[in-house]
Design a binder for this molecule. Structure first.
Ligand SMILES: C[S@@+](CC[C@H](N)C(=O)[O-])C[C@H]1O[C@@H](n2cnc3c(N)ncnc32)[C@H](O)[C@@H]1O
Length: 231
């Protein structure tokens, strides 16, 4: 990513975070054709007009999938003001809050969209994304909850379509079960190449800022893995 890294700080006391339920309705994690349309289900997207999303008006070059409270998204947007980034998040309260911060801080290169990533990325131009991030996804550890995981061969098809050649899907998790599941799904899928990222390998994690969940893990001394899958 070009340009000097500038890390600014947001005064979050200006943006009191609302109470947010840990999960939304269990049905919201399933793809749209299975849904009875309801006001709590994130809208699907057919086409997008980028000038209606944010001031920069250009197609996104980076997507943060499951952006949560948006810590990574906001820090990325501040560090790279010329790089348009969108966050996709299933919890509307968080999306509204993130966009309130973005507006309050006059950030023109980022927005969060209320969207479930299980409904695909067909509204993003093929080969237009430099990298996508899928950082600390909800683990859904019980077998009967596996169907709520967004990560799947279909998810990889969608990510693979939008990544430019050489583009990457950055992954982080603090759950071994999720780590194993994601790695085996990537290997079986075959379109993307796994790359380990730690201080012992040639490939280092490229971000100088952290996600909210990553900071939580560090406060609690919970180990986590960072890696990527490259097109
Ligand atoms: C554990 S949080 C991590 C948030 C953030 N990436 C971080 O590292 O701090 C996982 C997020 O993914 C969101 N999520 C789960 N399933 C989703 C889906 N199908 N579409 C969009 N977001 C989803 C959850 O609502 C939650 O905010």
């Amino acid at each position: 990513m070009e340009g000097a890294l500038v890390l600014m700080v947001i005064d979050y006391t200006r943006y009191p975070i609302p109470r947010v339920r840990h999960h939304v309705s269990s049905q919201a994690y399933l793809s749209a054709p299975q849904q009875q349309w309801a006001e709590w289900y994130p809208p699907t997207i057919e086409n997008i007009t980028w000038s209606e999303v944010y001031g920069i008006g250009e197609p996104a070059r980076v997507i943060d999938l499951g952006c949560g409270r948006g810590g990574f998204l906001l820090r990325h947007a501040m560090a790279y003001p010329h790089v348009p980034i969108i966050g996709l998040e299933i919890r509307k309260t968080l999306v509204d809050w993130i966009n309130g911060v973005a507006g309050g801080e006059h950030m023109h290169n980022m927005r969060a969209l209320w969207y479930s990533i299980v409904n695909g990325l067909q509204w993003i131009d093929p080969e237009s994304i430099d990298y996508a991030t899928y950082l600390f996804p909800d683990p859904w550890l019980k077998r009967r909850h596996f169907k709520r995981r967004a990560f799947s061969p279909h998810f990889l098809d969608e990510v693979n379509k939008v990544l430019r050649p050489g583009g990457r899907l950055y992954l982080a998790t603090d759950r071994n079960e999720v780590d194993d599941f994601q790695r085996s799904t990537i290997v079986r899928h075959g379109a993307l190449k796994l790359i380990e990222m730690n201080d012992e390998t040639a490939h280092r994690w490229p971000f100088a800022f952290k996600t909210d969940h990553q900071l939580f893990c560090e406060r609690k001394a919970i180990p986590y893995t960072l890696y990527c899958a490259e097109k």
